[in-house]
Design a protein around this ligand. Structure first.
Ligand code: UDP
Length: 239
Protein backbone atom coordinates (compact mmCIF):
# COMPACT_ATOMS: atom_id res chain seq x y z
CA UNK A 1 0.00 0.00 0.00
CA UNK A 2 0.93 3.64 -0.38
CA UNK A 3 2.76 5.12 2.56
CA UNK A 4 2.42 8.75 1.55
CA UNK A 5 -0.77 10.82 1.58
CA UNK A 6 -2.51 11.16 -1.77
CA UNK A 7 -3.51 14.73 -0.96
CA UNK A 8 -1.43 17.67 0.18
CA UNK A 9 -4.17 20.14 1.08
CA UNK A 10 -7.78 19.37 1.95
CA UNK A 11 -10.87 21.29 2.97
CA UNK A 12 -12.93 19.49 5.58
CA UNK A 13 -16.59 20.46 5.99
CA UNK A 14 -17.99 19.57 9.39
CA UNK A 15 -21.65 20.21 10.09
CA UNK A 16 -22.78 21.68 13.36
CA UNK A 17 -24.65 18.42 14.00
CA UNK A 18 -21.32 16.59 13.99
CA UNK A 19 -20.45 18.45 17.21
CA UNK A 20 -23.65 17.43 19.01
CA UNK A 21 -22.90 13.73 19.46
CA UNK A 22 -26.03 12.15 20.87
CA UNK A 23 -27.17 15.40 22.44
CA UNK A 24 -30.20 17.25 21.06
CA UNK A 25 -28.30 20.47 20.47
CA UNK A 26 -25.11 22.28 21.42
CA UNK A 27 -21.58 21.02 21.65
CA UNK A 28 -20.62 17.64 23.07
CA UNK A 29 -17.05 17.77 24.30
CA UNK A 30 -16.33 14.06 24.02
CA UNK A 31 -17.60 14.09 20.44
CA UNK A 32 -15.38 17.01 19.51
CA UNK A 33 -12.34 15.36 21.09
CA UNK A 34 -12.94 12.18 19.09
CA UNK A 35 -13.28 14.15 15.88
CA UNK A 36 -10.14 16.15 16.59
CA UNK A 37 -8.21 12.89 17.09
CA UNK A 38 -9.15 11.86 13.57
CA UNK A 39 -8.05 15.25 12.22
CA UNK A 40 -4.80 15.19 14.19
CA UNK A 41 -3.88 11.90 12.61
CA UNK A 42 -3.81 13.39 9.10
CA UNK A 43 -2.26 16.70 10.17
CA UNK A 44 0.57 14.71 11.74
CA UNK A 45 1.03 12.95 8.39
CA UNK A 46 1.87 16.36 6.93
CA UNK A 47 -1.47 17.04 5.23
CA UNK A 48 -2.56 20.69 5.24
CA UNK A 49 -6.06 20.86 6.68
CA UNK A 50 -8.59 23.68 6.50
CA UNK A 51 -12.00 23.28 8.13
CA UNK A 52 -15.35 24.91 7.45
CA UNK A 53 -17.64 24.44 10.41
CA UNK A 54 -21.44 24.62 10.31
CA UNK A 55 -23.80 25.98 12.91
CA UNK A 56 -26.94 23.85 12.69
CA UNK A 57 -26.44 22.48 16.22
CA UNK A 58 -26.93 25.98 17.60
CA UNK A 59 -28.97 27.83 15.04
CA UNK A 60 -30.42 27.28 11.62
CA UNK A 61 -31.61 30.35 9.77
CA UNK A 62 -34.46 28.78 7.88
CA UNK A 63 -36.04 26.72 10.64
CA UNK A 64 -36.89 26.43 14.31
CA UNK A 65 -36.32 29.54 16.36
CA UNK A 66 -36.32 31.76 13.30
CA UNK A 67 -39.93 31.10 12.25
CA UNK A 68 -41.44 34.45 11.35
CA UNK A 69 -38.07 36.16 11.49
CA UNK A 70 -36.51 38.12 8.71
CA UNK A 71 -34.46 35.58 6.77
CA UNK A 72 -31.30 37.67 6.50
CA UNK A 73 -31.34 38.42 10.25
CA UNK A 74 -31.82 34.74 11.03
CA UNK A 75 -28.96 33.85 8.71
CA UNK A 76 -26.63 36.27 10.49
CA UNK A 77 -27.54 34.49 13.73
CA UNK A 78 -26.65 31.22 12.00
CA UNK A 79 -23.28 32.61 10.98
CA UNK A 80 -22.59 33.72 14.55
CA UNK A 81 -23.39 30.17 15.68
CA UNK A 82 -20.60 28.88 13.44
CA UNK A 83 -18.19 31.25 15.19
CA UNK A 84 -19.02 29.62 18.54
CA UNK A 85 -18.47 26.18 17.06
CA UNK A 86 -15.19 27.32 15.53
CA UNK A 87 -13.95 28.53 18.92
CA UNK A 88 -14.85 25.22 20.55
CA UNK A 89 -13.18 23.26 17.78
CA UNK A 90 -10.01 25.37 17.84
CA UNK A 91 -9.81 25.00 21.61
CA UNK A 92 -10.07 21.21 21.35
CA UNK A 93 -7.47 21.15 18.56
CA UNK A 94 -5.02 23.26 20.53
CA UNK A 95 -5.44 20.97 23.56
CA UNK A 96 -4.70 18.02 21.27
CA UNK A 97 -1.35 19.53 20.32
CA UNK A 98 -2.42 20.99 16.99
CA UNK A 99 -2.17 24.70 16.23
CA UNK A 100 -5.53 26.00 15.08
CA UNK A 101 -6.41 29.46 13.79
CA UNK A 102 -9.97 30.69 13.40
CA UNK A 103 -10.72 33.13 10.59
CA UNK A 104 -14.14 34.74 10.32
CA UNK A 105 -15.92 35.87 7.18
CA UNK A 106 -17.66 38.60 9.20
CA UNK A 107 -15.71 41.17 11.21
CA UNK A 108 -15.67 40.21 14.88
CA UNK A 109 -12.07 41.04 15.56
CA UNK A 110 -12.06 40.99 19.35
CA UNK A 111 -13.04 37.34 19.12
CA UNK A 112 -11.32 35.94 16.03
CA UNK A 113 -9.22 37.33 13.22
CA UNK A 114 -10.82 38.19 9.90
CA UNK A 115 -10.48 35.94 6.89
CA UNK A 116 -7.57 37.12 4.79
CA UNK A 117 -6.69 34.69 2.03
CA UNK A 118 -2.88 35.13 1.98
CA UNK A 119 -2.78 34.74 5.75
CA UNK A 120 -4.83 31.55 5.55
CA UNK A 121 -2.43 30.19 2.93
CA UNK A 122 0.52 31.08 5.13
CA UNK A 123 -0.97 29.27 8.14
CA UNK A 124 -1.61 26.19 6.05
CA UNK A 125 1.97 26.18 4.78
CA UNK A 126 3.10 26.41 8.40
CA UNK A 127 1.13 23.28 9.24
CA UNK A 128 -1.55 25.09 11.21
CA UNK A 129 -5.19 24.06 10.95
CA UNK A 130 -7.30 26.93 9.64
CA UNK A 131 -10.93 26.97 10.74
CA UNK A 132 -13.14 29.13 8.58
CA UNK A 133 -16.02 30.60 10.60
CA UNK A 134 -19.13 32.60 9.66
CA UNK A 135 -19.68 30.70 6.42
CA UNK A 136 -19.41 32.89 3.34
CA UNK A 137 -20.27 35.99 5.38
CA UNK A 138 -23.51 36.35 3.42
CA UNK A 139 -27.09 35.47 4.25
CA UNK A 140 -28.94 33.08 1.90
CA UNK A 141 -25.87 30.86 1.69
CA UNK A 142 -24.80 27.79 3.64
CA UNK A 143 -21.60 26.51 5.14
CA UNK A 144 -21.53 23.88 2.39
CA UNK A 145 -21.19 26.75 -0.06
CA UNK A 146 -18.50 28.26 2.18
CA UNK A 147 -16.68 24.91 1.97
CA UNK A 148 -16.79 24.94 -1.83
CA UNK A 149 -15.76 28.61 -1.93
CA UNK A 150 -12.87 28.37 0.52
CA UNK A 151 -11.82 25.05 -0.95
CA UNK A 152 -11.49 26.68 -4.36
CA UNK A 153 -9.78 29.78 -2.92
CA UNK A 154 -7.07 27.88 -1.06
CA UNK A 155 -6.48 25.43 -3.88
CA UNK A 156 -7.62 22.39 -1.90
CA UNK A 157 -7.36 19.17 -3.88
CA UNK A 158 -10.48 17.77 -2.29
CA UNK A 159 -13.50 18.95 -0.35
CA UNK A 160 -14.33 16.40 2.33
CA UNK A 161 -17.95 16.42 3.34
CA UNK A 162 -18.30 14.68 6.68
CA UNK A 163 -21.66 12.98 7.16
CA UNK A 164 -23.16 10.39 9.49
CA UNK A 165 -23.21 7.76 6.75
CA UNK A 166 -19.88 6.64 5.29
CA UNK A 167 -20.64 7.64 1.72
CA UNK A 168 -23.44 7.90 -0.80
CA UNK A 169 -25.62 4.80 -1.09
CA UNK A 170 -28.04 3.53 -3.72
CA UNK A 171 -30.76 3.71 -1.03
CA UNK A 172 -30.93 4.56 2.67
CA UNK A 173 -28.73 1.85 4.23
CA UNK A 174 -30.66 2.10 7.50
CA UNK A 175 -33.93 1.20 5.76
CA UNK A 176 -32.75 -0.99 2.90
CA UNK A 177 -30.30 -3.84 3.60
CA UNK A 178 -29.52 -4.22 -0.11
CA UNK A 179 -28.26 -0.63 -0.42
CA UNK A 180 -24.72 -0.39 -1.75
CA UNK A 181 -22.18 2.42 -1.52
CA UNK A 182 -21.02 4.24 -4.62
CA UNK A 183 -17.22 4.35 -4.66
CA UNK A 184 -17.27 7.13 -7.25
CA UNK A 185 -19.89 9.24 -9.02
CA UNK A 186 -19.59 11.99 -11.59
CA UNK A 187 -21.13 15.39 -10.85
CA UNK A 188 -23.61 14.73 -13.68
CA UNK A 189 -24.64 11.35 -12.25
CA UNK A 190 -25.16 12.89 -8.81
CA UNK A 191 -27.38 15.58 -10.33
CA UNK A 192 -29.30 13.16 -12.58
CA UNK A 193 -30.04 10.93 -9.58
CA UNK A 194 -30.91 13.90 -7.39
CA UNK A 195 -28.55 12.68 -4.66
CA UNK A 196 -28.45 15.96 -2.74
CA UNK A 197 -24.82 15.67 -1.66
CA UNK A 198 -24.53 19.41 -1.00
CA UNK A 199 -26.97 22.21 -1.66
CA UNK A 200 -27.25 23.28 -5.28
CA UNK A 201 -25.07 26.40 -4.94
CA UNK A 202 -22.23 24.51 -3.26
CA UNK A 203 -22.48 21.64 -5.68
CA UNK A 204 -22.48 23.93 -8.74
CA UNK A 205 -19.38 25.73 -7.51
CA UNK A 206 -17.45 22.48 -7.01
CA UNK A 207 -18.62 21.25 -10.39
CA UNK A 208 -17.60 24.46 -12.19
CA UNK A 209 -14.19 24.45 -10.51
CA UNK A 210 -13.74 20.69 -11.02
CA UNK A 211 -13.16 20.45 -7.29
CA UNK A 212 -13.85 16.85 -6.26
CA UNK A 213 -15.99 16.11 -3.20
CA UNK A 214 -15.49 13.12 -0.95
CA UNK A 215 -18.43 12.10 1.22
CA UNK A 216 -17.32 10.09 4.24
CA UNK A 217 -17.99 9.54 7.94
CA UNK A 218 -15.87 11.48 10.41
CA UNK A 219 -16.88 9.04 13.16
CA UNK A 220 -15.71 5.87 11.47
CA UNK A 221 -12.29 5.14 12.97
CA UNK A 222 -9.48 5.90 10.55
CA UNK A 223 -11.83 6.87 7.70
CA UNK A 224 -10.33 10.35 7.35
CA UNK A 225 -6.84 8.85 7.18
CA UNK A 226 -7.95 6.33 4.53
CA UNK A 227 -9.48 9.14 2.46
CA UNK A 228 -6.28 11.13 2.66
CA UNK A 229 -4.26 8.05 1.68
CA UNK A 230 -6.43 7.69 -1.42
CA UNK A 231 -7.92 4.39 -0.26
CA UNK A 232 -11.41 3.13 -1.06
CA UNK A 233 -13.42 4.95 1.59
CA UNK A 234 -16.60 6.98 1.25
CA UNK A 235 -17.81 8.24 -2.12
CA UNK A 236 -15.82 10.43 -4.49
CA UNK A 237 -17.81 12.86 -6.63
CA UNK A 238 -15.66 13.99 -9.52
CA UNK A 239 -15.76 15.91 -12.82
N1 UDP B 1 -25.36 30.78 7.09
C1 UDP B 1 -25.46 31.86 6.23
N2 UDP B 1 -24.48 32.09 5.28
C2 UDP B 1 -23.42 31.26 5.13
C3 UDP B 1 -23.31 30.14 5.98
C4 UDP B 1 -24.29 29.93 6.96
O1 UDP B 1 -26.41 32.63 6.32
O2 UDP B 1 -22.57 31.52 4.25
C5 UDP B 1 -26.35 30.58 8.17
C6 UDP B 1 -27.64 29.92 7.73
O3 UDP B 1 -28.68 30.51 8.46
C7 UDP B 1 -27.44 28.49 8.15
C8 UDP B 1 -26.65 28.64 9.42
O4 UDP B 1 -25.81 29.78 9.19
O5 UDP B 1 -28.68 27.85 8.37
C9 UDP B 1 -25.81 27.46 9.80
O6 UDP B 1 -25.08 26.99 8.69
P1 UDP B 1 -25.39 25.55 8.05
O7 UDP B 1 -26.86 25.30 8.02
O8 UDP B 1 -24.68 25.46 6.75
O9 UDP B 1 -24.70 24.61 9.12
P2 UDP B 1 -24.63 23.01 9.20
O10 UDP B 1 -25.88 22.44 8.57
O11 UDP B 1 -23.44 22.59 8.41
O12 UDP B 1 -24.50 22.71 10.64
Amino acid sequence: PNTRPAHKRILLKLSGEALMGDDAFGINRATIVRMVEEVAEVVNMGVEVAVVIGGGNIFRGVAGGSVGMDRATADYMGMLATVMNALALADAMNKQGLTARVMSAIAIEQVVEPYVRPKALQYLEEGKVVIFAAGTGNPFFTTDTAAALRGAEIGAELVLKATKVDGVYTADPKKDASATRYATLSFDEAIAQNLGIMDATAFALCRDQKLPIKVFSIFKNGALRRVVMGEDEGTLVHA
